[in-house]
Ligand binder design. Structure first.
Ligand code: SF4
Ligand code: SF4
Length: 271
């Protein structure tokens, strides 16, 4: 099941090289510019889900709330050891969120702030290309899915993702399930009620709440954030010119993470 360390590092090195080989671009969209840039990204028929995070509206408390909502929704276990942390959505400092986009004159608020990160559901996802079992794949609507039953734990996808958006569950998620924890579980998350969490040794990540979208609901993080601050997070269909995400991107400047890698993230940050 495990990948030996030397091979794993080799793949990680290739992944870094992949990053260095990409096109260089400053991915800042002026109002209305997104439309022009989208011509370069072929959209499949139908939807192309995306999220917009309004940095001005997010604070530490709200980011914690949003993270809790996501992790509770998906029964993401807290194994109690930072080295075994499993994160579907998390906060990170400026340097690690937007490397290469720093300069001396950026305000302290920004430089010292935290930013909400999650899988970018990239239009050109390197993680999917390397998976030997197709346990991770991209749907027509752009969502990068994860089938934890097909995953063999090789972690190729983790090495290929340049955004650290994937976690490996080193410990058995079920070991944290005491009787009282069972009550806190979300029984609606599509898992077996008797074994409500996945097994040890598979990769975990955000799926844009695919299970909620199927029921016509918005992602749990968006719902939690917008209860506290309206439009802190906006979710919708980039392929629809009348969608909320398109409206908000038309109106505001936005950036994406590591644009020079050419993965075409579908998570945007209003700055
Ligand atoms: S952020 Fe990483 S895991 Fe998510 S689609 Fe992009 S490359 Fe894959
Ligand atoms: S760890 Fe799982 S999802 Fe990732 S590449 Fe290997 S089999 Fe595919």
């Amino acid at each position: 099941m495990g990948l030996d360390r030397r091979n794993f590092l080799k793949i990680a090195g290739l992944s870094a090289l992949f990053g260095l080989g990409g096109k260089a671009a400053v991915d800042i969209f002026a109002p209305g510019e997104l439309e022009a840039s989208m011509e370069a990204v072929p959209l499949t028929e139908g939807k192309r889900w995306a999220m917009v995070i309004d940095i001005q509206k997010m604070d530490e408390e709200l980011m914690n709330k949003v993270t809790k909502a996501c992790h509770r929704e998906h029964n993401v276990p807290d194994l109690g050891n930072p080295k075994e942390e499993i994160k579907w959505i998390w906060k990170e400092d400026y340097e690690h969120s937007f490397p290469g986009q720093q300069h001396h004159y950026i305000g302290d608020d920004f430089k010292q702030g935290s930013f909400l990160l999650l899988c970018n559901h990239c239009s050109n996802p390197p993680c999917c290309r390397v998976c030997p079992t197709q346990a991770t794949w991209q749907r027509e609507d752009g969502i990068v899915m994860m089938d934890q039953h097909r995953c063999i734990g090789c972690r190729f996808c983790m090495a290929a993702c340049p955004f650290g958006a994937r976690s490996f569950n080193w410990g058995d998620p079920r070991r944290v399930l005491r009787k009282e924890d069972l009550k806190k579980l979300n029984p609606d998350y599509p898992t077996n009620r008797d074994y409500p969490t996945r097994s040890k040794g598979v990769v975990e990540k955000c799926t844009f709440c695919a299970e909620r979208l199927a029921k016509g609901q918005i992602p749990a993080c968006v719902e939690a954030a917008n209860k506290v601050k309206e439009n802190a997070l906006t979710f919708g269909d980039l392929a629809d010119p009348d969608s909320d995400v398109r409206a908000v991107l038309r109106k505001h400047y936005s950036i994406r993470r590591k644009p020079e890698l050419g993965t075409e993230p579908n998570v945007f940050y209003i700055v």
